[in-house]
Design a protein around this ligand. Structure first.
Ligand SMILES: [Zn+2]
Length: 119
């Protein structure tokens, strides 16, 4: 492990902030479930006429797609925070190479190095 403690602390702080941001974003339209990190999109009632119903369904479909995207990001950040605690942070999960600071700074929750990502 070649990353300094300072660098890991910095990434940890930025990921904790990112995790809070993702959770609050998800909380706007989805509820937490019993499974940690899993959310369920709420179906918002806008009105009862046909146009309202169509809008509700459309909105719901958009929110489910957004929920999956945010949930995926939240999962990556949560796993990366675990790797910080386990002292395996910054190591590519595929090839085991140390990742560069630049890669991690651009994307702190990165789990693969650039060459594995391109495969
Ligand atoms: Zn790799």
């Amino acid at each position: 492990m070649t990353l300094s403690k300072e660098f890991r602390d910095e990434m940890k702080a930025s990921m904790i902030a990112e995790k809070a941001r993702l959770e609050s974003e998800l909380g706007r339209f989805a509820d937490k479930t019993a499974v940690p990190g899993e959310y369920e999109t709420r179906f918002e009632e806008i009105g009862t006429d046909r146009d309202d119903n169509a809008t509700e369904v459309e909105q719901y479909a958009d929110n489910i797609a957004l929920e999956e995207n945010l949930e995926g990001q939240l999962g990556d950040v949560t796993e990366a925070l675990v790797r910080i605690e386990n002292d395996t942070y910054g190591v590519c999960i595929t090839c085991g190479a140390d990742m560069e600071e630049g890669r991690l700074r651009a994307f702190p929750a990165a789990k693969e190095c650039m060459s594995c990502l391109k495969k």
